[in-house]
Design a protein around this ligand. Structure first.
Ligand SMILES: Cc1ncc(COP(=O)(O)O)c(C=O)c1O
Length: 395
């Protein structure tokens, strides 16, 4: 086993070597601009992009023309929210979402709020409930008003892995004539996602969450009934005018290959990840005062397979992480310069600041092994005990 061990697959994933192999020719041989219509270099690149678009669309139950390539889910979310709000403003100014969305939803919503839109952020089920983090669709139904122009609800949460009942939410939105956007970044490639079955109008996803490259993502934009958006990046008119800029063939081909592999391997892989997670949790729960955050682990419909989030009470998650240089996880107190706040997701579940700060998020993925899980359990058992001892002698 090689150290450090990577268990932060919600942040990003290693690019699968099979994906790298598929991408390489598009740097070196087929390097034309797919927008060049006058020569074979452009035609070859355009042909490969078309095939990749077709394959990505098929993997999520969409049509090729409904896929808009972007630089990733942050851009897709911005295009969906701002693009729709700007285009349909005259219909109303109210937007509904949930408190546990990713910052790539919450920040654009805050900005829209400053521009006169009214944003309602719904509460989710609280800690202690086996469905902690879950949105009761009825709550959404009650929040929709005559002037609601958009609802946006994520499919799977990036911290606690909870899966929202999108199909039920969509049916409420459809019956009230409200378009629905879904940030499916943590779901696509991990659980089955079909835009027709979910009946969403807009959906964001990103290749680097499913063993594809960073810097490439897509927005699904429904054509029947059509959803109209205002472009946020203008220029050469690529992507039917919705997202200008030269396309990224290596990224697009890599994204298609990565999604193809993830979908093909999903049935066995999700079972394997669930078993690894159970092993990890069983090991960690033997440590005194460990609390599971998020929904129950035993219902596959409620939580993505590789996600685990625990609080090690009395220990600071950041200090814990820093004491385990050989294990890459992430903490609920993520004191990065971009976000000095304790996790808004855990706080939305009703956790105290101390419980939030004591949390670690584990994201198990394709390249993790049982041996690595056992290593993580032993390391955490020792480190938590050592830090608790230190803080009790300091008192
Ligand atoms: C739920 C969710 N939405 C959006 C993003 C942003 O994706 P990207 O890195 O592709 O911009 C992430 C990535 O962390 C995410 O987990």
């Amino acid at each position: 086993m090689k150290t450090p061990v990577y268990m932060d697959n919600h942040a990003t994933t290693r690019v699968d070597p099979r994906v790298v192999e598929a991408m390489v020719p598009f740097f070196t041989d087929v390097y034309g601009n797919p927008g060049s219509t006058s020569h074979v270099f452009g035609w070859d690149a355009a042909e490969a992009v078309d095939a990749a678009r077709q394959s990505i669309a098929a993997a999520i139950g969409a049509e090729a023309k409904e896929i808009v390539f972007t630089s990733g889910a942050t851009e897709s979310n911005n295009l969906a929210l701002r693009g729709l709000a700007e285009r349909t403003r005259r219909k109303g100014s109210h937007i509904v979402s949930i408190a546990t969305e990713h910052k790539a939803i919450l920040d654009p919503l805050t900005k829209l709020g400053r521009r006169g839109f009214e944003v309602t952020l719904l509460d989710v089920e609280q800690a202690g409930n086996p469905r902690a983090g879950w949105l009761d669709p009825q709550r959404l139904g009650e929040a929709i008003r005559d002037d609601t122009l958009l609802a946006t609800v994520m499919l799977a949460n990036n911290e606690i892995g909870v899966i929202q009942p999108l199909a039920e939410i969509a049916s409420i939105c459809r019956s009230r004539g409200v378009p629905l956007h879904c940030d499916a970044t943590q779901a696509v490639g991990r659980i089955p996602v079909d835009v027709a079955a979910l009946d969403v109008d807009l959906m964001s996803f990103s290749a680097h969450k499913f063993y594809g490259p960073k810097g490439i993502g897509a927005l699904y934009v429904r054509r029947r009934p059509v959803v109209r958006l205002e472009a946020q990046i203008e220029g050469g008119g690529q992507e039917r005018g919705l997202r200008s800029g030269t396309l990224n063939p290596p990224g697009i081909i890599g994204m298609a290959k990565a999604l193809e592999l993830s979908v093909a391997e999903m049935p066995q892989e999700s079972q394997r990840l669930r078993a690894l997670r159970e092993r990890l949790y069983n090991g960690l729960r033997a440590i005194p005062d460990v609390m599971l955050n998020g929904p129950a682990l035993d219902d596959p419909a409620l939580r993505v397979p590789g996600n685990l989030n625990c609080s090690f009470l009395g220990v600071d998650g950041e200090a814990l992480m820093m004491s385990m240089r050989d294990l890459a996880v992430s903490s609920g107190s993520a004191c990065t310069s971009a976000n000095p706040e304790p996790s808004h997701v855990l706080r939305a579940l009703g956790l105290s600041d101390d419980q939030t700060r004591a949390s670690l998020r584990f994201g198990l993925g394709r390249f993790n092994t049982e041996e690595e899980v056992d290593f993580a359990i032993n390391l955490l058992t020792d480190t938590v005990a050592r830090l608790r001892k230190l803080s009790s002698t300091a008192r």
